[in-house]
Design a protein around this ligand. Structure first.
Ligand code: ARG
Length: 488
């Protein structure tokens, strides 16, 4: 390592107290314990190092640091990165946060030059930079995993062919729909998630580095150049805004919460469908759980947790908005509360997407059960009414005619088919509509649930996925490569 060659053995005795020891005496232990963020913000380590390298090079370019000192600091930062990735970096609680930990270690390695690392910057612009780098990478990553789940839904939809099941409103059987149509309905919701995540990435792609504590610097730093080094689309416009803006965290939390809500709704259907009452789906053993007491149980815990965890993510969003709501400009320590909800939301969505994708990929759809449930004559009731409409009967009257036949059938226990056959305006021609499998084929309008529009929808869905994969590729290309920090 260059660091090793330049410095030899690191001076482990280098002392580091607080960053403000010139001004204040040591903090009370309980203050350290209460204010420390290192246990969670250590996951920003690689982003912090990337930000510091760009900053140091900027100082060199501006003539604030001579080239040899730039090299020493860069080498020390690189060595710290190796230590962090290799797991040998010593995180000490007295370091308070990841920025302090890195600066402490750089100073141990680089000696006196380490004291120049923080020239012209503050932890306020530093942490905002780190968090934007992290959020940008994670949102792009989440979008990629959503596309993965969409591909699973797409595969299952193709496989489903012409299988159909009842569509529900108010959880009452309404009209038959193709299983492919039902699966793609979730797929389109996830398409909006991908779009939202990538749009949020575009909005957050602004570098706050150079805003300093709140007002910029008297030194000739160049925030535009530093922004470019970090592959940000732009630099901040206003230093006060730069260090106090956490809109991007709120947006990320919203995107992730809504995505979690979509997972929850899909999960809820799998819970229902896997019950004996529905019997539409059998979960793979690997994606189901058993009971500690009841030997016969096969429980849909993954689907239930997809439902359950969404509440927690909604809470994270509400919590952050409450934290932000009364804050005066500019940085306030309250802002440290942005990280844990964000990290947790990212973790939960990451594992949720993977688990739900596996669940959907491996489940077995019982097409016979679905078909049997959808073949009841009542689900064709609107087709009877529309058959009358095609013969000139105003819809409201047609609705009343069929409605009273259904009522008769229910009350007198006479099969609907018999009543249809006997009805003067319907008769045996209309009877065909009640044949099993016919009603779903009559959903022919664009975007509808029958085989003709669903075939077109499949093409459109595949096209949308293609576009989103390209968008994803270019987002990945644009953000530059920072491998995430190891561990949590
Ligand atoms: N740990 C802090 C945070 O997450 C870093 C910034 C601290 N800045 C300060 N002025 N105390 O917000």
């Amino acid at each position: 390592m260059l660091g090793e060659r330049l410095f030899g053995e690191v001076d482990e005795k280098a002392r580091f107290m607080t960053l403000w020891e010139g001004r204040l005496g040591p903090s009370a232990d309980e203050v350290r314990a209460y204010t420390v963020s290192l246990p969670f913000d250590r996951r920003l380590a690689v982003d912090d190092l990337a930000g510091s390298r760009a900053h140091v090079r900027g100082l060199g370019r501006a003539g604030i640091l001579p080239e040899p000192e730039v090299s020493i600091l860069i080498a020390a930062l690189e060595r710290v990165e190796v230590e962090i990735r290799g797991g040998s970096f010593e995180f000490r609680l007295e370091d308070e946060d990841i920025h302090t930990a890195v600066e402490r270690r750089v100073t141990e390695i680089a000696g006196d030059v380490g004291a120049k690392l923080h020239t012209g910057r503050s932890r306020n612009d530093q942490v905002a930079t780190d968090l934007r780098l992290y959020t940008r990478r994670e949102l792009v990553g989440a979008a990629g995993r959503v596309v993965g789940l969409q591909e699973v839904l797409q595969r299952r939809a193709v496989e489903a062919g012409d299988a159909y099941l009842p569509g529900y409103t108010h959880l009452q059987r309404a009209q038959p729909v193709l299983l492919a149509h039902h699966l793609l309905a979730h797929g389109w919701a996830f398409a909006r998630d991908v779009d939202r995540l990538l749009q949020s990435v575009v909005r957050l792609d602004v570098s706050p580095l150079g805003a300093g504590a709140l007002a910029g610097s008297s030194l000739p730093i160049d925030p535009d150049w530093v922004a470019e080094q970090l592959h940000f689309g732009a630099r901040f416009e206003n230093s006060l805004d730069a260090v106090s803006d956490r809109d991007f965290v709120a947006e990320a939390l919203f995107d992730l919460a809504l995505l979690a809500v979509h997972l929850s709704r899909l999960g809820e259907e799998l819970v229902l469908w896997s019950s004996d009452e529905f019997g539409f789906v059998t979960l793979a053993d690997a994606y189901a759980t058993g009971s500690s007491m009841l030997p016969q149980k096969k429980n849909p815990d993954v689907a239930e947790l997809a439902r359950g965890k969404s509440g927690r993510l909604v809470g994270h969003l509400a919590g952050l908005l409450a934290t932000l709501k009364g804050l005066p400009l500019a940085y306030n320590r309250d802002l440290q509360e942005d990280k844990e909800p964000l990290f947790d939301a990212v973790d939960q969505v990451t594992s949720g997407l993977t688990a739900v994708a596996g669940l959907v990929e491996t489940c077995h759809f019982d097409m016979d059960r679905m078909r049997a449930a959808a073949d009841g004559p009542e689900v064709a009731a609107v087709d009877l009414a529309e058959w009358l409409v095609e013969r000139g009967v105003p819809f409201r009257q047609a609705h009343a005619v069929v409605g009273s036949l259904v009522r008769d059938s229910v009350e007198r226990g006479v099969p609907l088919a018999e009543l249809v056959q006997a009805h003067p305006s319907l008769g045996s021609e209309a009877l065909e509509l009640l044949e099993p499998g016919v009603a779903v084929t009559r959903r022919t309008s664009p975007g509808g649930a029958g085989p003709v529009p669903v075939a077109e929808q499949m093409t459109r869905f595949a096209h949308r996925l293609e576009i989103d994969r390209e968008r994803l590729e270019s987002a990945i290309g644009a953000i530059g490569k920072i491998e995430p920090s190891p561990g949590k």
